[in-house]
Design a protein around this ligand. Structure first.
Ligand code: NAP
Length: 670
């Protein structure tokens, strides 16, 4: 039954608090303390601001005097207490829940929440204060506290059928308000739980109306996905523990045609028998993970069927481009081990970094999963966590504007012209032809010996085509050895040769003993406005790890050799997770190798299917991997063709086929 009057009074109290947060009636708890008071809270973490808010306003307190336990599951009692404190701890009559002793710290909060009709308790007169609060309970409790507003759209989640009737409107409302986001594949995951840190963020969002931290609970914030298939619910609980422990997104692989008991009856020529005996069987999946590109680590859970992963796992793996992602398989089985079920999956995502799989018995508890995760050697996980919580995030390509916003704030086109080995009139004509075809990014270097020609071509094109300087993005580079030993002079020499007032980006061409000094000199030119963005070329993971702590301006770009025969699948995600854009040199394999790549059967076949050229397929493959392309050419037809990359898209299967061409075959020494 609705309790409109008390709720209205409660909401009025909340509004008053919002209008005057400092004079809020919330009484700080005795243990209210800043984040720094708790040894397990990280002041730079994604939850720090929200936890601080909850601590300062006495809504939450530590799990002990020293610890906040941000990753512990939030309980129903903690949620009730937070709302009760928010309301100013009003007088209340004891409700007499059978499982709450009178002296319990949350007895008043539970009674008050029940009185307000916000938290009803269970049918057996228990409150269940120690139970983790589920996502659907959270949605319903906050929704009721807000006066049960009608959502503008109802029931849009893929797992809507699993949401209890009492939480149906609440879940839609909570998502609309940005309080609890949907998970991967538009799932609400009603039975999933929230950690105490997540509860703090939700409370903050709910009370402040702030949805700034989009994604903490949903698709955007975390970069770890737990995907699982569970026909009989055995794998489900393990997947839920894993997602909860890692604060990861959870995605259930749901078959389009559900498996019945008869389908699962082994050795009866059942559906499962037939599928497992047929290597080409690919049972269809209902829904998909639309933001798969956001994830770096995927935990993949499945039951063992006839010693192998169910074929629907093959369907899942073949549905996405998983290149560069770390995949951690885990399986449930009452008897058999993981066997070859995990290694047999590797061929379905060849570009992924596969980790050894692990088998769990049905009924495995949470602490066993915690131990397993704690012992996993996941070097990328640290990067993922950093990337998820830092201000520099993976940079998104905008295929509408054909540009990407760099971490320096400047826009850079996604496709350009490389000018290595172009000299004299050939160079001038190539650059003018490119600018005439709509190319707005030109890559040169002091070592190419053509900066004067580039400058001349750009100035002429500006005059002839009416282009403005700010519409053209020029990259140049200074070289190791003498140039980096005397960087101020070398940088100024580039500016003089180009004679275009400023350069949009300057790179260090290769690592060198003076590279930090040279970069610091470039930083000074940024201050003077003569260079807009900085970058590196031929820098890999180890080099970046050593270099980055020594400089002030994070590079906006790293330019490395990348083509289908040399894919750098381990390096690209590492760089991108630092918020640095990756640009590929030798995108077509480089002069001397281009014919081989363009003639590759797989690439040519895909090109034919789309009615485009092999060069366009390779360039598009780069763009879809988040790699900016700078093909070199002096042929106006090729130059124009290389700009026409946005009218078609490669499917995940086509991406996967090109990914499978990797030979780790470098076409130049650096
Ligand atoms: P590339 O772009 O991989 O290949 C260029 C070759 O492909 C040329 O022979 C070109 O011939 C041909 N080509 C281009 N478009 C084509 C098309 N649509 N159809 C058929 N053939 C086509 O090699 P690159 O130019 O050497 O490398 C690209 C750029 O990367 C360089 O220009 C340079 O700016 C940069 N780079 C940087 C580094 C570094 O250390 N940072 C190193 C090497 C290169 P046509 O002229 O006949 O079109």
């Amino acid at each position: 039954m609705k309790k409109w009057k008390p709720i209205a009074l409660f909401m009025a109290a909340c509004i008053l608090c919002l209008l005057s947060m400092t004079a809020c009636a919330v009484e700080p708890s005795a243990s209210a303390a800043p984040v720094a008071a708790f040894s397990d809270l990280d002041a730079g973490a994604w939850y720090a601001e929200d936890v601080t808010y909850c601590l300062e306003n006495g809504l939450m307190d530590g799990s002990s005097s020293m610890a906040f336990s941000p990753n512990a599951p939030a309980s129903r009692a903690e949620l009730a207490a937070a709302l009760y404190r928010k309301a100013g701890k009003p007088e209340t009559e004891a409700r007499g829940f059978s499982d709450i002793p009178d002296q319990s710290w949350y007895a008043d909060a539970a009674s008050w929440a029940a009185e307000q009709g916000i938290i009803g308790g269970y049918s057996d007169n228990r409150f269940g204060g120690e139970d983790p609060v589920t996502r659907q309970q959270l949605a319903a409790i906050l929704w009721r506290s807000a006066g049960e507003p009608a959502p503008s759209e109802k029931g849009a989640f893929v797992d809507q059928a699993r949401i209890a009737a009492y939480a149906a409107d609440a879940s839609s409302w909570a998502q609309e308000q940005g309080i609890i986001n949907g998970k991967a594949g538009n799932q609400f995951d009603p039975h999933g739980t929230a950690t105490r840190a997540q509860l703090a963020v939700m409370l903050y969002r709910w009370m402040s109306g702030s949805t700034e931290k989009d994604g903490i609970f949903g698709m955007d914030g975390t970069q770890t996905l737990v995907a699982y298939f569970s026909a009989t619910n055995t794998t489900r609980s393990l997947a839920e523990y894993t997602a909860d422990i890692l604060s990861a997104d959870l995605y259930e692989i749901v078959p389009e045609v559900p498996y019945t008991d008869a389908d699962l009856a082994y050795y009866t020529n059942s559906r499962a028998d037939r599928e497992q005996n047929d290597p080409t069987a690919r049972p269809a999946i209902s829904g998909s993970v639309e933001n798969m590109a956001d994830y770096d680590v995927i935990f993949l859970g499945y039951p063992i069927w006839h010693g192998q992963a169910p074929r629907i796992i093959d369907t899942f793996l073949e549905s996405y481009d998983l290149t560069g992602k770390t995949i951690v398989p885990f399986c449930t089985s009452h008897s058999s081990g993981i066997g070859s079920s995990d290694t047999n999956l590797h061929a379905l995502a060849v570009g992924a970094n596969w980790r050894a799989g692990h088998r769990f018995a049905g009924g495995t508890d949470r602490s066993t999963i915690e131990d397993w995760i704690g012992g996993l050697d996941l070097p990328k996980l640290e990067t993922v966590v950093d990337a998820a919580t830092s201000t520099t995030r993976k940079t998104a390509f905008n295929f509408e504007s054909k540009s990407v916003t760099l971490n320096s704030g400047y826009e850079m086109p996604l496709n350009g012209l490389g000018t290595y080995s172009l000299y004299g009139d050939t160079c001038v004509n190539a650059v003018k032809s490119a600018l005439g075809s709509g190319v707005r990014l030109i890559d040169t270097a002091s070592a190419y010996g053509n900066e004067e020609e580039i400058g001349q071509a750009v100035r002429e094109a500006m005059a002839e085509l009416g282009l403005k300087r700010e519409n053209i993005f020029i990259i140049t580079k200074i070289y190791p050895g003498r140039e980096m030993a005397d960087p101020e002079r070398s940088i100024q020499a580039c500016l003089d040769r180009l004679d275009l007032d400023y350069v949009d980006m300057m790179l260090l061409h290769h690592p060198d003993q003076n590279d930090v000094k040279a970069y610091q000199a470039m930083e000074k030119f940024v201050e003077k406005g003569k260079i807009r963005s900085l970058g590196l070329s031929n820098w890999y993971v180890k080099e970046l790890e050593e270099f980055l702590p020594q400089v002030s301006i994070t590079p906006a770009l790293v330019q490395n050799e990348i083509h289908p025969y040399y894919q750098e699948n381990d390096v690209i995600p590492y760089i991108q997770n630092l918020g640095i854009v990756v640009q590929g040199w030798y995108p077509l394999g480089g002069r001397g190798h281009a014919a081989e790549l363009l003639g590759d059967e797989v690439i040519a076949g895909i090109a034919k299917a789309h009615g485009v050229s092999s060069a366009q397929v390779i360039l598009r493959w780069n763009l879809q991997k988040g790699v900016v392309v700078i093909p070199g050419s002096s042929n106006p037809d090729h130059i124009k063709e290389n700009t026409e990359l946005y009218g078609f898209a490669l499917t995940d299967q086509e991406m996967a086929r090109i990914n499978a061409l990797d030979r780790n075959e470098k076409h130049d020494w650096y």
